[in-house]
Design a protein around this ligand. Structure first.
Ligand SMILES: [Fe+2]
Ligand SMILES: [Fe+2]
Length: 142
């Protein structure tokens, strides 16, 4: 398996400012998680996992409500994808002090984010743009 890069992939931005900011924050947290696991920093690993639990809950809620608001037909498939990361983070929490397992999970989560953003998140942005909807305008519906 190739080692995921610590730097942001070139095609990381999807064009919705708020989501791009959240993705970058999640990416930075996952890089920190990988470093903490690599150094066997147990307390730091747990603290980052706590932060990730909150940040992923917020991010997924924003994305899923945006998709529902704009009637994206593949929303359930996308929600299932999000559940994959939730499950892996839960597994991580249980096995965080087993650094060999945690090392693999840290690689998996970082790679998951890079691939999910490029494939699944981009897919719903493309859908909105094809339908003539500006997803950047959607959250402020007053
Ligand atoms: Fe996302
Ligand atoms: Fe997503």
């Amino acid at each position: 398996m190739t080692t995921p890069s610590h730097t942001l992939p070139a095609n990381f931005e999807i064009g919705i400012a708020e989501l791009d900011t959240q993705h970058k924050h999640l990416h930075a947290l996952l890089v920190r998680l990988r470093e903490a696991v690599g150094k066997h920093y147990g307390y730091a690993t747990n603290a980052i996992l706590d932060e990730l639990a909150i940040e992923t809950r917020i991010h997924f809620a924003v994305e899923e409500s945006l998709m529902r608001m704009l009637s994206f037909p593949e929303v359930e498939k996308h929600v299932t994808e999000h559940q994959t990361l939730r499950d892996q983070l839960e597994k991580f929490r249980k096995r965080a002090q087993d650094f060999e397992v945690a090392d693999d999970l840290a690689d998996f989560t970082l790679q998951w984010l890079n691939e999910h953003v490029d494939r699944f998140d981009r897919e719903f942005v493309d859908h909105f743009l094809r339908a003539g909807i500006d997803p950047n305008a959607a959250p402020s519906s007053r």
